[in-house]
Design a protein around this ligand. Structure first.
Ligand SMILES: *Cc1c(COP(=O)(O)O)cnc(C)c1O
Length: 392
């Protein structure tokens, strides 16, 4: 069955994408800022009590950051390079959080000197570094969370610590004259199982209770990202996520919630962008071969890294004529055998698609342009073009 564009974009949004796409040579990412604005406003509406810290790594385009700055967003920062960019765009340091638990003492010092006072941690060594390089700062401890099997791009085991260790770290933070502020978790990116937030919130409740007895009163829960974007594999609507997660929070923390932070990346910018590529070649490996290979000018090394293990299944649209669909193995343009996006998962494409035709990769605004290699095989990084964003 061919893909239905209307499952992804309104007629108006699609026309805007198409008109702009016609002006550029492939491959490129095209970002519509009006969709980012809508996503931000929806999230505010669904979680009226939460503070939003956009995870800059998902799409660090200056236009995206500036738009979110004007909408009042705060930002989750992963490195001093992201910090420099966000500060240069006029975001005040009070609106920033250093969310990466893996950092050098010099990085911590750099953030501190620039005015950042909110730091994530998940290990004793890092915590002691923070105490030394960022004296008196607010810290939150990241805990391990489950849900790796139901997230399309799991993060969990690399980050976070056991809740009991989080308790020890928070108590240590106090003796190191830091301000114990809260607990964070990330249930895995593109998390399709809403219950993953339930078990994580229950762990936070346990930590809060334990620390109350020690006379430490935490004030914040950082629920990370993990909210969905619209790919091939269906998820619940954001509204359902919000209703359920709000219910979990209120069950465990009552009506008078602590400060709640959300760090959306994928759900904020995924749907705002499409990648436009061109079919370079279509071939078979033998005269009687069944599989048809389709090579296109975007691949795993210039934007589509998240097709690793075929994890993220992007919807692909083609305007080639004919109702009849067939499937292809879809591969990128470089001389690297890893540059195959989909071999087992088969996107249905028009049977009569031919070299020179364009492919539209939908829901590509997150983790594409920032993930592209610098010049593998000499190909330049993925170009980004921006549309929309005029004040409304
Ligand atoms: C990557 C990241 C996010 C964003 O996650 P999404 O699943 O893209 O929303 C949020 N918080 C932290 C700490 C991250 O590392």
């Amino acid at each position: 069955m061919p893909l239905h564009l209307t499952d992804y974009y309104s007629e108006e949004e699609w026309q805007l994408f198409k008109t702009e796409a016609a002006r550029h040579e492939t491959p490129f990412l095209l970002v519509n800022l009006d969709i980012v604005r809508r996503k931000y406003q929806e999230l505010k509406k669904f979680f009226p009590f939460a503070q939003i810290y956009y995870a800059v790594k998902a799409n660090p385009a200056p236009e995206v950051i500036s738009l979110l700055r004007d909408l009042g967003s705060s930002f989750d920062i992963a490195s001093r390079y992201e910090l420099d960019r966000v500060l240069s765009l006029g975001v005040p340091p009070e609106r920033l959080s250093y969310g990466n638990t893996i950092k050098k003492p010099a990085d911590i010092r750099y953030f501190y000197e620039k005015g950042v006072r909110l730091f994530a941690t998940d290990s004793e060594h890092d915590l002691r570094n923070i105490a030394k390089e960022a004296p008196g700062a607010k810290v939150f401890c990241r805990i391990l969370s489950e849900g790796g099997e139901t997230a399309d791009w799991p993060l969990s085991r690399k980050f976070g610590c056991h809740p009991d260790m989080a308790i020890d770290l928070i108590m240590l933070a106090k003796t190191l004259n830091l301000e114990p502020y809260g607990i964070s978790f990330h249930v895995g990116s593109q998390q399709r199982e809403i219950g993953a937030w339930d078990s994580a919130i229950a762990k936070v409740r346990y930590i809060y209770d334990y620390l109350e007895e020690e006379n430490i009163h935490l004030k914040m829960i950082n629920m990370g990202g993990g909210f969905p974007a619209n790919y091939i594999s269906k998820t619940n609507e954001m509204e359902v996520y919000a209703e359920e997660i709000t219910r979990y929070l209120k069950e465990d923390f009552g009506e008078d919630l602590p400060t709640i932070i959300l760090e959306p990346g994928r759900s904020m910018v995924g749907e705002c962008g499409i990648i436009v590529s061109e079919v370079v070649l279509i071939s078979k490996k033998s005269a009687t071969g069944i599989d048809r290979w389709l090579y296109t000018d975007v691949g795993r090394f210039n934007g589509l890294v998240e097709t690793l293990d075929e994890s993220i299944k992007y919807p692909i649209y083609s305007e080639a004529r004919g109702e009849e669909c067939t499937d292809f193995i879809i591969a990128g343009p470089t001389c690297d055998s890893q540059d195959v996006m989909y071999e087992y998962f088969r996107n249905p494409l028009p049977a009569y698609i031919k070299p020179g035709d364009r492919l539209y990769w939908l829901t590509c605004g997150a983790y594409t342009s920032s993930y592209a290699s610098v010049e593998f095989n000499g190909f330049p990084p993925l170009a980004t073009y921006i549309i929309g964003g005029k004040k409304k």
